[in-house]
Design a binder for this molecule. Structure first.
Ligand code: NI
Ligand code: MN
Length: 226
């Protein structure tokens, strides 16, 4: 499984010859818009954690170009179906076996209204099992006790957690989340994009290593293989 970071919570997961794009927010991201070209991004599926603009901005354009299936909660799926996109609606606690692996839509504590004020349902995260690997994409969330359920379902290879604070967990709570989901390997996301979520990357990595954990922060456009 190959994971590429495009800034904020935008990720490309490549597994079983499928391209799964997560939360595409690139054309409006000052850190990625000049060197990531959304017109060339592959997508067989687009998974959306919640309806906030810094997670869905480029979803419609990429879905219409690629024919990718948008996977999200029911309200978000219906929003994109009405725009003519192919969708797969889910809701919290449900799993579905896709061609690339199993996806479970899990709880997040956050909000999820579209930029125009329309209803984006409740926010979530995803647990994806494919290609012999298991990953958790928390999405925007507080630290939540529900994270303790995840190790009852799967042994994670990596947890992709927000670390930017203010709108989501910060570094200290992400370290606790790593305990809750029983996974020492963390990919940090949702930091540095704008002023409220600027972090000191060296201090973040040191905090994780002092807690016996491994925090990876990818340069935008770079990948890791798990
Ligand atoms: Ni959000
Ligand atoms: Mn966000």
């Amino acid at each position: 499984m190959k994971i590429t970071f495009y800034g904020q919570n935008s990720l490309l997961i490549e597994v079983e010859d499928k391209a799964i794009l997560i939360d595409p927010f690139i054309s409006g991201n000052p850190l990625s818009k000049d060197h990531i070209d959304i017109a060339s991004l592959p997508a067989d599926y687009i998974l959306l954690t919640h309806a906030h603009l810094d997670h869905v901005l480029d979803a419609e354009e990429i879905a219409k170009r690629t024919g990718a299936t948008i996977v999200s909660n029911y309200e978000i799926a219906m929003h994109y179906q009405a725009k003519g996109c192919t969708v797969h609606p889910m809701n919290h606690g449900g799993s579905w076996q896709f061609s690339f692996g199993k996806v479970k839509y899990v709880n997040a504590v956050h909000t999820s209204t579209f930029d125009d004020g329309s209803d984006g349902g409740f926010p979530g995260g995803f647990v994806i099992e494919g290609g012999g690997k298991s990953i958790y994409i928390a999405g925007d969330t507080a630290l939540t006790m529900d994270m303790k359920l995840i190790p009852l379902w799967t042994q994670l290879d990596i947890a992709i957690l927000p670390i930017g604070d203010n709108f989501t967990m910060g570094i200290d709570d992400a370290i606790l989340a790593s305990d809750f989901v029983d996974c020492k390997k963390v990919l940090g996301v949702h930091y540095d994009t704008f002023g409220y979520i600027k972090i000191n990357q060296d201090e973040a990595k040191k905090s994780f290593s002092d807690a016996g954990k491994d925090l990876t922060l990818l340069e935008i456009g770079t990948s890791l293989e798990i």
